[in-house]
Ligand binder design. Sequence first.
Ligand SMILES: Nc1ncnc2c1ncn2[C@@H]1O[C@H](COP(=O)(O)OP(=O)(O)OP(=O)(O)O)[C@@H](O)[C@H]1O
Ligand SMILES: [Mg+2]
Length: 248
Amino acid sequence: MIIAVCGKGGVGKTTISAVAAQALHDRGNGKVLVVDADPAGGLSTALGLTPKKTLNDVRKEIIEEIKVGGRDEKDLSISLDYLLAEALTEHDNLGFLAIGRPEDVGCYCRVNVILRDAIEGLAERFDSTIIDAEAGIEQINRKVMSPVDYILLVADTSAKALNVAETIRDVAHQMIGGEGAGLVINRAREQAEVEPIKNETRLEVLGWVPEDDTVRRFDGRGESFLQLPECPARGAITGALKKAGLEI
Ligand SMILES: Nc1ncnc2c1ncn2[C@@H]1O[C@H](COP(=O)(O)OP(=O)(O)OP(=O)(O)O)[C@@H](O)[C@H]1O
Ligand SMILES: [Mg+2]
């Protein structure tokens, strides 16, 4: 199962992706691919895993190979496999891959295409895949997320974040097709704050995650979420992931 965690900027996508990675890591059986698809990064810090190479580094090496010349398409796809293997950081049953940030100005399209192909190819070798997507709709719009089975939408309790979640759902429906989607409401302070959202939104609500001091502390100190102890946010996120169909 391939799950993409999507939503407006700053709503908690990386936190939820990291807790999902932890839950699947702790479960112990089955291999998990975790992908930081956000060029700004963040999941690497949240998990305490530093990739030797990013997908953007791989892209640069491929461009170099093309410049040097003498490579046909078959050669290049073999070297792409090889370079992707180098970009994959392994930790116990986790594989971690980061898109990285092109330092040349302009378009992220090319590295996004490599990302999509990498997700498609590598995910087959893992039992589940969690993708921390870039904020907003761009990667959905550009079909980078077309291999995805389920879109886990994250919003805080603001109308703006909920609108973005609904827009992502609509764009995904048009661009990708029949995959499932569900909403996690993050950083709520009490049930009463969640009820009106449940009544108003068109999205299926998987659950809500409380504002949590343990999460704040881990984020503040830059500690790995793979070590996050039992806490209300962790319990709520695990519950929502189960509802989304992840076996944890
Ligand atoms: N349930 C929570 N309780 C307390 N703090 C939280 C919770 N969820 C997220 N945060 C905090 O909110 C901030 C933003 O979270 P996070 O980085 O996960 O968001 P994001 O959606 O990935 O942001 P971006 O769009 O910039 O990538 C972080 O400082 C994080 O620690
Ligand atoms: Mg993030």
